[in-house]
Design a protein around this ligand. Structure first.
Ligand code: SAH
Length: 260
């Protein structure tokens, strides 16, 4: 689910939006390959590890993690329909005993201090804010625990005015990779890795299923202004990304909690 939709979400019917995003395998750019690449930087996970996937959506990335990591994973999302689908997906993969979806806001997570080995959050930390998320969630991590998130970032120091203007209201915290890494370090972490997600994470893995879902959705809600406007905004996102993908996109940031 892209930020453009979030900033204008009040204008839409939440149920309509939920219904739309339930019909696609992931609610933001990403891919199984990229999830595994990020996971490759994380060591020391065991059967006893406790992992949180924050803003998990229907669990596209969580299920990939579940198949490649030991330990218990809790997925958190505010939309109950996403969590229902998440738990269905866990049952289908027969991992329901160690992978559970919970309806909960990322601003109010149910953990004690130093309980988590790993915090995961793909395409969702912007909902609480990048700096705020890194700062507030740190206490939940064990010393030596990891955090891995994706966040919209600038790839260059200078950008065409049109994309600068388009992104700023939608991604108020958008900044360069070096700025984000400095924020991570200031928040008390060791930056372990950061890498740009390939464009296929947007096109093949996100836009292609999105466009397919749009057809079904527009047919069902033909004449519904809200639905049409919602899809028009998505198409604007897609057009902007296709034009300006050299200048911005998602970056995976992986960091480790260090004690001082
Ligand atoms: N991680 C998933 C979903 C990304 S979309 C993926 O990559 O496919 C962002 C998700 O954050 C949505 O599922 C949305 O419902 C959720 N979200 C938004 N605000 C939230 C909040 N305050 N607490 C928890 N989840 C939230």
């Amino acid at each position: 689910m892209s930020n453009e939709n979030i900033t204008t979400i009040h204008e839409f019917d939440f149920n309509l939006i939920c219904e739309f995003f339930l019909n696609i395998p992931r609610q933001g750019p990403g891919s199984p390959e990229v999830t595994l690449k990020a996971l490759s930087f994380i060591d020391n996970l065991t059967d006893q590890s406790v992992i949180a996937d924050i803003g998990c959506g229907t669990g596209g990335q969580t299920m990939v993690m579940a198949q490649h990591t030991p330990g218990h994973i809790s997925g958190f999302d505010i939309f109950p329909a996403f969590i229902d689908r998440f738990n269905d997906n866990a049952r289908k993969l027969n991992v329901q005993n160690r992978v559970k979806g919970i309806v909960r806001s990322m601003e109010n997570l149910p953990f004690k201090d130093e309980e988590l080995d790993l915090i995961w959050s793909e395409g969702a930390i912007y909902n609480i804010g990048f700096e705020r998320g890194f700062t507030e969630w740190r206490k939940f991590l064990k010393p030596g625990g990891y955090i891995a998130v994706t966040e919209t970032s600038w790839f260059t120091e200078q950008r065409p005015a049109e994309i600068e203007k388009y992104c700023k209201p939608h991604f108020p915290e958008i900044n360069t990779i070096s700025h984000k890494v400095a924020q991570i370090q200031k928040a008390g972490y060791m930056p372990v890795a950061s890498f740009i997600l390939p464009t296929t994470c947007w096109t093949d893995h996100y836009f292609t299923p999105l466009i397919k879902a749009q057809e079904v959705f527009l047919e069902k809600y033909a004449g519904n202004k809200t639905a049409e406007e919602f899809i028009a905004l998505q198409n604007k996102d897609i057009a902007m990304y296709n034009t300006y993908k050299d200048f911005y996109g998602y970056v995976f940031y992986i960091a480790k909690k260090v004690e001082y």
